[in-house]
Design a protein around this ligand. Structure first.
Ligand code: PEP
Ligand code: MG
Length: 927
């Protein structure tokens, strides 16, 4: 790196759009400064400096960084009229992290830097407030000790609590200047004992150590775990910037305060300033949830002028950023400062409502309204809530910090939550007094989070909302005893392992499990999705097998069924015996007899689907899985036969015993009684049962396959057992004939699975054509339908041209196609080697979840191109799991597919993703 490289940027100069270089926080501080908001002066050290520092094994800051930092500090001295290390007018700064992607609480911050014995006295003289000075000092020593020097928090907490106890202070504000002086001295000793060196007093040495500590926090466990969980890759955020900002103090008395605001309510989306504040406090008190803050409405009474200025700040932020902002502010002796802003993390309900309302207010366009929501966030709107008809008494109430309801066993620390939740698969609720960022792994494993302290903007609340997990915060009626793994609510106790329920929508906490109900679509979501449908090019269909599934799909806005898996219909308990009869049949006649019983049942299945979905298409896939999947397990059969044999032996034994005892020649009455008993255990009946089971066992063994996924399934079944496919085809066409004849606009589509050659398709098409003639003749009515193929075998992609000759549509089965393209078993890979492949970056994603664009996608593109060469109007869609995954949907749009098909509850996600894909495509074309 050349010494000319620019590492440090004053807030007046930094490019507010360059978040990669300056981090989100730094870029916004620059932007806010440049649009005239009241931001304390400061500068940003770039993420490039961070990366250069982390790469260099000498642990020195890159050449030139400290020179530029000194130059910027001199500029700060000029702007503030204070001096860094100057005992007369000390300049104090905060040192904060901030990467391109928001990672709330994951990296480190140090406040009040620049204090030492001399500047502390200067600060006390300048403010005339010894209590304030010592309070600032003890905070600095603790934060610097913890973050920069690695001193465990507990060591400070121990000293703090001791002084507090001796002073009989209930709250921190009850501590006197002398108490705080005592605390700061104890803290200095703690640091010296732990590090073996006195606490650094030179402000520039402090600053250099702090900058390095913030840089190091980028590669700390917390931050790395967070990035892994949220899939934050280096191209999204690489390294953290360091923001050095002049300190302003919200703890300078009752005309000072600090708080966090959202320009709109992040829980409901309501267009009203929302947030919390604490009078006479520093920012960390709000975020850490040490004191429970007051709602911002209260500020209108306590500091009306400040509330007015805050409203103005809110308006300026929203007008400029055109996005809901989550901002931090401090009021220092009647002067309002904005210390940070970022796009507000909101739950899905709020995202949708603000999108619709901001468009209606003219703040954003429809396209922007659609693009600002991560489609997967909509899944939160499908989260369960507590069954209102279930009467239960809440034992405690806290703040409704993140909506949704969840039950689970209480656990009292994050490691335990991880162990019970992630490793043992139990549903857990993480119960804490307050949470710290290092609890993050517990959040991932928990169904919900409950804290006894802290506000709605505390760490627990922000993280839970981002994750869409229910959270009740600040339930002060609960006293948590982590060491004993129990909590008291009034006189009631609950221990680790006891089930509790939380409702993050109203803050209520219950003992025991409470049933939940599915949520409803909001009006705003319907509006937003209707806009999405206007913009989307891809149609969204659903994978649905039953009339109920179909109704759900329709409710969620599906415009057809892209995949009805008929094997699901075979699994019905009442039908299974007939299905088994069909499979074990030894002659064509017995097989036909079973199929004759199945025909009317299947016809009715299809008729109902057509009826629910009319006028939308219903794509029915002929039987796919190997038929032995419907038969009993081989080992179980063997066991049952062995048991029957034992029984047969004992009945035979009885007969022999009777002979030996001369019972067979006994008097008439005794013989009659014995015969009756023998008949109940008639060896012939037992033998008969054994014979049936043995026949079944033989069939199971005949049908056994070492690798059924690559075996006798799909169209291969249809060719070896044509009568099965013929029954299904007839059922589809007859159901269609009934519906169409009755005036219903039914659109049946028949698709054939596992096809790899046009010969297979031709063969099935021949059955279809023949049956079509027959059904039309029977019903005296022309029956409309379409015929197409699944494309889920690599060879099918390669032979797309010849398949397109026979098919009116292609439907990509990307579950099987992924399996085939990678030669990864779709059943086993995800539990065996795939997690390691993902962790070690051999594969970026799980290809069964995220479509592998480079490999599987390439096959798809070829198939689309070749298929349309033969048939330009070939209709093409996808029905594998990827059909509901936003990035995969974007690929499908680019690849020119006509529709995606996914499970019903993912349909809203897919509709929004389809709109975004179209908008992004249009954006690309505009370039
Ligand atoms: C597929 O393979 O993608 C598909 C939709 O079929 P199934 O999952 O039923 O094999
Ligand atoms: Mg398949």
């Amino acid at each position: 790196m050349s010494t000319q490289q620019k590492w440090a940027f004053a807030f007046e100069d930094g490019d507010g759009k360059n978040k990669k270089l300056l981090g989100g926080k730094g870029a916004n501080l620059c932007e806010m400064t440049q649009i005239g908001l009241n931001v304390p002066p400061g500068f940003v050290i770039s993420t490039e400096a961070c990366l250069a520092y982390l790469e260099d094994t000498s642990h020195a800051l890159p050449t030139g960084v400290m020179d530029q930092v000194r130059a910027e500090m001199t500029a700060l001295e000029q702007k503030t009229g204070k001096g860094f290390g100057n005992p007369e007018k000390p300049l104090l700064v905060s040192v904060r992290s901030g990467s391109a992607m928001s990672m709330p609480g994951m990296m480190d911050t140090i406040l009040n830097l620049g204090l030492n014995q001399d500047t502390l006295q200067g600060e006390i003289r300048a403010t005339g407030d010894a209590r304030f000075g010592y309070d600032a000092y003890r905070r600095f020593v603790q934060l610097f000790g913890k973050v920069a020097l690695g001193v465990p928090d507990e060591k400070f907490d121990h000293e703090f609590d001791e002084v507090k106890r001796a002073a009989h202070a209930k709250q921190d504000v009850d501590l006197s200047a002398a108490d705080l002086k005592d605390i700061s001295e104890r803290f200095l000793k703690v640091v010296e004992e732990f590090t073996g060196r006195p606490f650094p007093s030179d402000p520039y040495e402090q600053l250099e150590i702090a900058i390095k500590a913030v840089f190091n926090s980028w590669s700390g466990k917390r931050a790395v775990d967070y990035r892994t969980q949220f899939k934050i890759t280096p191209d999204m955020a690489n390294g953290t910037a360091v923001n050095v900002c002049t300190m302003v103090f919200g703890n300078r008395g009752d005309d000072s305060a600090t708080g966090v605001g959202f320009t709109r309510n992040p829980g409901t989306g309501e267009n009203k300033l929302y947030g919390e504040y604490l009078v006479n406090a520093q920012g960390e008190d709000v975020v850490a949830g040490i004191r429970t803050p007051k709602p911002l409405d209260r500020l209108r009474v306590e500091m009306p002028q400040m509330a007015k200025e805050l409203d103005e700040l809110r308006d300026k932020l929203e007008t400029h950023y055109k996005e809901v902002q989550d901002f931090e502010f401090t009021i220092e002796r009647g002067q309002l400062y904005c210390l940070q802003t970022r796009n507000g993390k909101m739950n899905a309900t709020a995202l949708v409502r603000t999108s619709v309302e901001m468009e209606q207010e003219g703040l954003i366009t429809k396209d922007q309204a659609l693009l600002r929501i991560d489609p997967t966030a909509l899944e939160q709107m499908l989260f369960p809530r507590l069954d209102p008809s279930f009467k239960a008494e809440a034992v405690a109430t806290g703040l409704p910090a993140s909506p949704g309801a969840a039950s689970g066993i209480a656990v009292f620390d994050a490691d335990r939550a991880e162990q019970m939740g992630r490793d043992l698969g139990q549903k857990v609720i993480l119960v804490r007094e307050e949470t710290k960022p290092e609890d993050i792994h517990g959040f991932f494993a928990a169904q919900g989070i409950l804290t006894s302290r802290g506000g709605k903007t505390s760490h627990a609340a922000v993280v839970a909302r981002g994750m869409g997990k229910p959270c009740v915060a600040g339930a002060e009626g609960i006293s948590v005893d982590v060491s004993r793994r129990e909590a008291m609510v009034g006189d009631t106790q609950f221990k680790e392992g006891d089930t509790i329920t939380i409702d993050g929508s109203n803050g209520r906490v219950y003992l025991g499990a409470i049933p939940t109900v599915e949520p409803e679509f909001t009006e705003e979501l319907s509006v937003l999705l209707s806009w999405a449908d206007e913009k989307a090019r891809l149609k969204v269909m659903a994978n649905a097998d039953t009339p109920d599934d179909a109704r759900t799909a329709l409710k969620y806005g599906a415009v057809g069924i892209g995949l009805a898996r008929t094997e699901r219909m075979f699994n019905d308990v009442d039908r299974l015996p007939t299905v088994i009869e069909m499979i074990v049949a030894e002659t064509p006649e017995t097989r036909q007899a079973a199929l004759d019983k199945l025909l009317p049942l299947q016809r009715e299945d299809f008729r109902q689907l057509f009826e629910v979905m009319a006028p939308h298409p219903v794509t029915i896939r002929l039987l796919d899985p190997p038929i032995h999947e419907f038969l009993p397990d081989e080992h179980q059969l063997e066991q049952e036969i062995a048991d029957l044999r034992g029984l047969a032996q004992s009945t035979r034994g009885m007969t022999a015993l009777a002979g030996a005892m001369g019972l067979l020649h006994a008097p008439e009455e005794t013989r009659r009684e014995f015969d009756a008993l023998r008949r109940t255990l008639d060896p012939m009946l037992v033998e008969d049962a054994i014979a049936k089971k043995e026949a079944m066992l033989r069939k199971v063994r005949v049908l056994y396959e070492t690798n059924p996924m690559l075996g006798h399934r799909g169209v291969r079944l249809g060719i070896t057992f044509p009568e099965i496919y013929q029954m299904q085809i007839r059922a589809i066409l007859e159901a269609a004939a009934e519906c169409q004849k009755a005036g219903m606009d039914a659109h049946p589509q028949i698709k054939v699975p596992q096809v790899c050659t046009a010969q297979e398709l031709l063969k099935v098409k021949a059955y279809v054509d023949e049956l079509h003639q027959l059904v039309q003749a029977d019903y005296g009515f022309p029956v409309k339908f379409k015929f197409g193929t699944m494309i889920e075998v690599v060879r099918a992609c390669m032979r797309a041209e010849s398949l397109a000759e026979e098919a009116e549509f292609f439907s990509f089965g990307t579950n099987d196609l992924t399996q085939a393209a990678f030669s990864f078993s779709r059943e086993d890979a995800e539990n065996k080697f795939l997690p390691l492949y993902n962790q070690s970056n051999i594969l970026h994603d799980n290809p069964f979840e995220v479509l592998d664009v480079k490999g599987v996608g390439k096959l798809m593109e070829l198939a689309v191109e070749w298929g349309r060469k033969v048939k330009p109007d070939l209709h093409v869609g996808i029905c594998g799991e990827h059909g509901g995954h936003p990035a995969s949907i974007a690929f499908c749009d680019q690849a020119g597919l006509d529709y995606v098909s996914c499970s019903g509850p993912r349909v809203p996600v897919a509709r929004l993703a389809a709109a975004q894909a179209a908008l992004q495509q249009a954006g690309r074309k505009d370039l």
